[in-house]
Design a protein around this ligand. Structure first.
Ligand code: GCU
Length: 625
């Protein structure tokens, strides 16, 4: 734990340093243990002190950084001290002041809130005060739903924790830093891209920076449930008749062996009393009296009550079985065809990072209108509200970590970062029935270094969660002997293979799709990206590029081709809605948006929407078997 210097700009006088230590002494009720940087599962099902709302902000504007010293290391003090400058009297003590700074809404990216920050990429400092009453023998965590891309957290001047990754949650223990009454929290968020980051420096979406998801304080007993997994037992075969066995675990952080744990699902006739082992884990396998399985047609969720000592969590969980059999995808033993769309976390109408119930309602409204039963959440884990809505509405999800195209596959430290992101994605959503696919990448180069890296990652995902399917979107099919042939070794590590292709837009003419034959692995195949760009309201012939008619025509020819693929088990055209991408720079047509959406970013339906909607309503594209 740092003992922070008050500021880095000026040499500090000894008495200020002494004063600082006195102010920052940990609260008397702090429990003596190492602070935890962890990930609490089910935070959105706990009573929390929300820190959403107005946060003061200051921009760390080059050529001087208050976050990094000249060697690029995080300074001990910086704005984390939240020093108030002596404006009226000397000595001069600080070159910043949060108290009189403007505010940003949290959650939310800074780019769409402050026009001067629209294209800003770098560090923005956030600060807010909060009142708090520590309770004896309780532990308190600062929960951040996501912050893009690197985050550094101070509470009452103490540097608490850091996190890397723009799309997964993290929790930092602040028990020893908070005090009765008024407190303050400072978070520096750095959206700068780096070659060895995930994603790397180039990608086709907007680098929205900031505290882009909910922030809260979570107070728990000294022994608390930090992780759990309650799922339908996933045996080697599935039999709907006996699908009533639930298995999984409840992990209690800080628990001694033998701590009592209960699992109650009253409507399923489950009331199980367990005990933690020496590692704080209570594993179980229990037969439910009756269990109505979750499916798109019947998105049945159960109230699942977990208790361990003084800790309680009540979650809503659906139980279902998904597996592959030959080239079929079976949901609860029945073959299913996945028809949906790709979606970026772009907020309809207002644009910016999705972070509110309304944003999620708008996106799911489009999916339902499309007669979709599936959505690929491209290319990173989305706000947890998406999975909660999908659980309730019966929409199946492909969830993906942002290994987009050319990340640094040759670096072990990048693999370690990827493992962390994979674990965070799986840990947050493993109890969401809607999630059936974990994807380890999108459009990566077919070479041995990448294949070894992603094969390891795919195997790790399968080990972390044997109840779901592992996939990836590949664009490595190549023309051979008059067909498009996929012989990418990565496919061997996948349960289901995604194919990205753009016949009619990036490659050839729409009609070329009619005669394109595919040679694909004998596995379930999803065509995970295909489509064309059109500016909403731009009309012309069905070969006039950028018109709605042309985009609809490309999709019609794509569907004609896809219908001929025997192992096709899903389609997700690219993309549900136009989304911001700075690389899309054709004035009047793109204006900084990727225009392959079936809808404009304002929610206006293009002609292509009705082409897809009709095909899905008629179930005319693919067969479940
Ligand atoms: C790629 C990529 C997408 C991108 C799309 C496009 O397939 O996966 O992220 O937006 O092509 O070029 O529109």
């Amino acid at each position: 734990m740092h003992i922070p210097f008050l500021s880095h700009i000026f040499v500090r006088r000894a008495f200020l340093a002494v004063l600082a230590v006195a102010i920052l002494a940990p609260s008397a009720t702090a429990l003596a243990q190492e602070p935890l940087r962890t990930l609490l599962v089910g935070v959105d099902r706990r009573e929390v002190n929300s820190l959403n709302g107005d946060w003061h902000y200051l921009v760390d504007q080059p050529p001087f950084s208050s976050l990094y010293d000249s060697s690029g290391k995080v300074r001990n003090g910086g704005y984390g001290q939240n020093t108030h400058p002596n404006i009226d009297s000397g000595p001069h003590n600080a070159e910043y002041d949060f108290a009189t700074a403007p505010t940003l809404k949290v959650p939310g990216d800074w780019n769409t809130q402050d026009p001067t920050l629209f294209r800003f990429e770098g560090v923005v400092w956030y600060q807010r005060d909060f009142n708090f009453q520590p309770q004896p023998n309780k532990r308190t965590f600062l929960h951040v739903g996501a912050a893009n891309y690197r985050s550094y957290v101070w509470v009452n001047g103490q540097h608490i924790c850091d996190h890397e990754g723009g799309f997964t949650p993290f929790d930092c223990e602040v028990t020893a830093a908070v005090k009765p009454g008024s407190n303050f929290v400072v978070v520096a968020v750095d959206s700068t891209r780096h070659v060895d980051d995930i994603p790397t420096v180039n990608y086709d979406w907007f680098d929205y920076g900031g505290l882009t998801r909910d922030v809260s304080l979570v107070t728990v007993p000294s022994a608390f449930i930090d992780d759990y997994d309650v799922h339908l037992r996933h045996g080697t075969t599935f039999n709907a008749a006996d699908a009533a066995i639930l298995s999984g675990y409840i992990h209690v952080e800080g628990a001694t062996a033998g701590t009592p744990v209960t699992l109650r699902i009253r409507e399923a006739g489950v009331d199980t009393h367990l005990q933690t082992d020496a590692a704080g884990r209570a594993s179980f396998e229990v037969k439910a009296a009756k269990l109505d399985l979750w499916s798109p047609e019947n998105p049945r969720l159960y109230k699942v009550e977990l208790a361990a000592g003084d800790d309680r969590i009540t979650d809503e969980i659906g139980f279902r079985d998904v597996r592959v059999e030959g080239t079929r995808i079976l949901l609860n033993g029945k073959p299913i065809f996945l028809q949906g769309a790709n979606a970026h976390a772009e907020a309809p109408i207002r644009t910016g990072r999705v972070c509110t119930d309304q944003d999620v309602k708008n996106l799911f409204g489009y999916l339902k209108d499309l007669h979709a039963n599936f959505v690929r959440l491209a290319h990173y884990p989305h706000d947890e509200r998406m999975e909660r809505m999908a659980d309730r509405q019966g929409i199946l999800i492909w969830s993906e970590i942002p290994n987009w195209q050319r990340i640094s596959f040759d670096k072990p430290e990048v693999f370690a970062k990827d493992e962390a992101l994979l674990r965070e994605m799986i840990r947050r959503d493993r109890n969401k029935a809607s999630v059936i696919l974990w994807s380890v990448s999108n459009e990566t180069p077919d070479n041995p270094v990448r294949t070894e890296f992603l094969t390891r990652l795919a195997n790790e995902a399968r080990q972390l969660d044997p109840t779901r399917l592992i996939t990836s979107a590949l664009n490595s099919a190549r023309p051979k002997d008059g067909a498009m042939v996929l012989d990418d070794k990565l496919a061997d590590a996948l349960d289901m293979v995604g194919i990205n292709e753009y016949i009619g837009w990036y490659v050839g003419k729409p009609e070329d799709a009619d005669n394109t034959r595919w040679v694909l692995p004998e596995k379930p195949i999803i065509f995970s990206e295909f489509g064309a760009e059109a500016k909403y309201g731009n009309h012309g012939g069905d070969h006039a590029r950028w018109t709605e008619e042309q985009q609809a025509n490309v999709l019609a020819h794509q569907f004609a081709m896809l219908r001929k693929i025997p192992q096709l088990r899903g389609v997700t055209p690219w993309v549900l809605m136009d989304f911001r991408s700075p690389s899309r720079n054709i004035p009047k047509l793109q204006d900084g948006f990727n225009r392959k959406g079936l809808l404009s970013e304002k929610g206006e339906k293009k002609l292509a929407f009705s082409v897809v909607q009709k095909a899905y309503e008629d179930h005319s594209i693919g067969k479940p078997e």
